[in-house]
Design a protein around this ligand. Sequence first.
Ligand code: F6R
Length: 608
Amino acid sequence: MCGIIGYTGSSQALPVLVQGIRLLSYRGYDSAGVSIWNDGSLRIRKDQGRIEDLAPRWNPDELAGTAGIGHTRWATHGVPNMPNAHPQHDAGEQVAVVHNGILENDLALRERLEGEGVVFASDTDTEVFAHLFARSFEGDAVAAARSLLETCHGAFALAIQHASLPSTLVAVRRGSPLLIGLGVRENLVASDLRPLVGRADAVIELGEDQIALVTPDSVRLFGADGGEVEYATRPIDHSERDIGKDGYPHFMLKEIHEQPDRIYELIASRVDAERGAVRLDDVGITDDQWRRFERVDLIGCGTAFHACLYGAYVLESIAGIPARAVMAHEYEARAPRLNDRVLAIALSQSGETMDTKIAAQAAIDGGAHTLGVLNVRQSVIGRAVHGVLDIHAGPEVAVASTKVYTQMLCALLLLALRASQARGGDGRHLQELAPALKRLPDDVRAVLGRFDGVREAARDVRRAGDMLFLGRGYDAGTALEGALKMKEISYIHAEGYPAGEMKHGPIALVSREMPTVAIATEGPTRDRMIGNVREVRARDGEILLVATDGDVDAEKLADFVLWVPSVHPLIAPVVNVVPLQLLAYETARLRGCDVDQPRNLAKTVTVQ
Ligand code: F6R
């Protein structure tokens, strides 16, 4: 995931671009760059590193000019280095391109261009756009942009400059978001609202497959057929200016809604469908190491620990490596037997959690190979461990973790698929899962579209004093996570259990006053879950059921059904947790709780 900024107006472009890159850096920050039009040529400066370190090296006199584009990168295609930084350009530097998204037919197009004599200077998919645009440009930027839409597959937001167009920015959108900010005698292009606030009064959201020509005092929009289209502008309102919730009443709801896009970016950048492989080169674990590992310890706290539970299941069942989830604060006390045949994975949103940091250090000291599955690469844990799998969920502001959890699940599934690949697996799992993973963002989106059903259930449970959450197998952790979300933001006492545990004690609690949330979606555990639901029902318990669309038998047993689409059971936990996040959110809201900053909690727990 990357950030794009473009500026054309009467001010110097460089400071505007640098500030925009700063504000977009949460999207990725391993390299950055700018291109500025100056006297008939494009002046491009870019390198590996953070904008804070790069910008002081860029000479404002050499980069004088009032139109330019900028980019902050999270590496997907090619390591973070200068050639792979954006803007990408053609050989003659007539065209500069910044890009957010994934070009899916990159390999085929690259081969075709190489066959036509193009020499590539980087490993990026973005460079393909620069060469294609340069080759099809004959003075008409819209025609050249249309040919990109015809030739290129995938999701991409692009801002393009051509040396022959002094003050024009070309913007193209397919899939990835792109906004145009309207200012006074200046206009901007950006991946999100952040860099526009303060300069623009209103925005245009570029539609799917639309092209924009942006100059200091005009914006023209075109469809993929080349016809000019009308557009609507919307003012940037006060709440957006103040707190960056993008129109949502709470950060938590905004972050829940970000999940489909975050998941798409993670999966699309890591699953190479053309080669039938998972790409995790930056994690730094060789095939030989994967083959030598005899055990995986997954360590984390709270929500991260629930992700560890899922991770242990998938690593063991897909990759065949014995794996266990351990709460980070319990790790040292177990005096784990460690050596370089153990992989210890520390999961953390912040990368600063003291308990997880201490457990990771114990694993390092014991000689294990350590990996951080983190949302903040440049963190204490990130610096200590041998390698990092950056989940790139973007900043999570709400104290209750949501998008980080689903992102961790996806990252762990990819890790298990990669491990299986390295250990000589037959590729069956990836073959089976690839189409399901591709559909996953839409499946999550479908659940978000069913908020009304969740609202109805929340109106009922808002008065409960206690709740029970049940799940089995891959969804045992989902039940624990659903209960944690409910208790931490609504203050309703909620317990999560693997459902098989019910008859060993918790069933004594069941009564009409204690709603039970049961996850009984299709898959190998569905029937046994339905058995548990019957047991609760027989004791007059109220049932909220997470069930697969069309499961009419399950529906008959429930007071409320939280419907989810049919998905592969291995990835069902990613989808099944979403109605539980929404249920906790809505219940807390109805109870008048401070959703984003619940009492007694902190986002980053740096004490033991
Ligand atoms: C729950 C929550 C916490 C964190 C836990 C670990 O919604 O946010 O349980 O998951 O404190 O934090 P990180 O992931 O930063 O190590």
